[in-house]
Design a protein around this ligand. Structure first.
Ligand SMILES: Nc1ncnc2c1ncn2[C@@H]1O[C@H](COP(=O)(O)OP(=O)(O)OP(=O)(O)O)[C@@H](O)[C@H]1O
Length: 371
């Protein structure tokens, strides 16, 4: 099996021996092939348990888990685990083996020959952004972030259709953590594995998940939704509290200027008669104009009261404090608008030409919950 496989939890329950209540209670959700599903929730809500039921490190009490349509309980645990990549926080690597040997763990178990294994190890180190020479080092000779990259490479070695990642970046400092998250998302856009990712950090969940399963105490599913649905319409008080009072702002990080309709804005071209520029501003009901140079690129803002009968001149305009592109998040755009005393932000295309303007109103319109 390679590529990616769908995963489904059907009424899954788990009660540890002697426990007075279930760790997982009637959990059902489906992850389409090639998507990242994040399990998130407060400590003790059963995230790690749910994950370990999938690769049968523990066995379920009721219900079933289907990987590629087949129940995991019908599979031999050892065989199943070779088909499921597993990445955990910190101590995942074998300390007395080199990085290359660590990455080669599953290929070795599968009996791959030396040539094929070496080639795969080289390919994987490159895929996760580590120099080939690092293959000869030992885990203690790497930084925490580099070790996590090795963990990801090792989990991907046999091209598994499913990856389980249990707080993979939990022990990494915030800056490197963000870098690892970005790298993993880039990697995932190439490899498109089905991924179950556990975290207790809602921001990480929103960033990483195509879908998010929020669990509450007792291993119950509180909501299963896309990040945007979750933030726009939390199912209940628990979810609303968990996602945070700033859920509106969090939604802004998910959308980009390319997702919304920009305003046209009134423009003035350097050298054109003031009367033409004034007329255009009036037509737009604008009190300032975006000044474009000969290449149609915005270079400043011109308040209409500065139109003095002379042709439009660069010197009369205020330089642009900042511009944004279509890839700018609405959150960053909001911040730029606010920093510029709420004046609409100038958005440019990749070639520097004017794409449009974005105002505070446009950003707040984008925040309305879907109908
Ligand atoms: N081996 C075990 N035996 C008995 N109870 C267990 C065992 N492992 C976990 N539990 C209990 O099951 C519940 C769920 O634990 P689990 O580790 O899955 O939660 P979690 O959401 O991953 O927590 P955290 O975020 O703190 O890691 C907890 O109440 C925990 O005490």
């Amino acid at each position: 099996m390679s590529g990616a496989a769908p995963l489904e939890f059907r009424n899954v329950g788990k009660r540890y021996p002697g426990a007075d209540r279930a760790a997982i209670d009637d959990l059902s959700f489906a992850v389409p092939a090639g998507e990242i599903c994040v399990l998130v929730g407060p400590s003790g809500c059963g995230k790690t348990t749910a994950m370990r039921l999938v690769n049968r490190m523990i066995d379920l009490t009721s219900g079933e888990i289907l990987l590629d349509g087949k129940s995991v309980t019908a599979r031999k645990p050892a065989e199943l685990r070779r088909e499921i990549g597993y990445v955990i926080q910190q101590i995942g690597l074998f300390p007395h083996q080199t990085i290359a040997q660590n990455v080669a763990t599953v290929p070795k178990l599968l009996g791959w020959d030396k040539g094929r294994t070496e080639q795969r190890v080289a390919e994987l180190l490159e895929l996760v952004g580590l120099p080939a020479e690092m293959g000869a080092r030992y885990p203690s000779q790497l930084s925490g972030g580099q070790r996590q990259r090795v963990g990801v490479a090792r989990a991907l070695a046999a091209d598994p259709p499913l990856m389980l990642m249990d707080e993979p970046f939990g022990a990494i400092d915030p800056i490197n953590r963000e870098r690892l998250q970005d790298e993993f998302l880039r990697l995932q856009s190439e490899i498109r594995k089905t991924v179950v990712f556990v975290t207790h950090d809602i921001d990480e969940a929103i960033k990483m998940g195509d879908r998010i399963a929020i669990l509450r105490e007792g291993g119950k599913l509180a909501q299963y939704a896309t990040p945007d649905e979750l933030l726009a319409s939390p199912a209940d008080e628990f979810v609303a509290k968990f996602v945070g009072a700033d859920r509106g702002l969090k939604r802004l990080t998910l959308s980009h200027l390319g997702d919304i309709q920009l305003a046209d804005g009134a423009v003035a071209r350097v050298g054109e008669p003031a009367a033409d520029a004034r007329q255009r501003a009036e037509r737009h009901g604008a009190d300032e104009l975006v000044v474009l140079d000969g290449a149609e690129q915005p270079i400043g803002r011109l308040p209409i009261e500065r139109l003095n009968g002379q042709p439009v001149a660069v010197e009369d305009a205020d330089p642009l404090a900042a511009t944004a592109g279509r890839a700018t998040s609405l959150r960053d755009a909001l911040s730029l608008v606010v920093a510029d005393r709420n004046r609409p932000l100038v958005v440019v295309e990749d070639d520097g030409r004017l794409a449009g303007l974005v105002s505070l109103e446009l950003i707040s319109d984008a925040l309305r919950p879907p109908e």
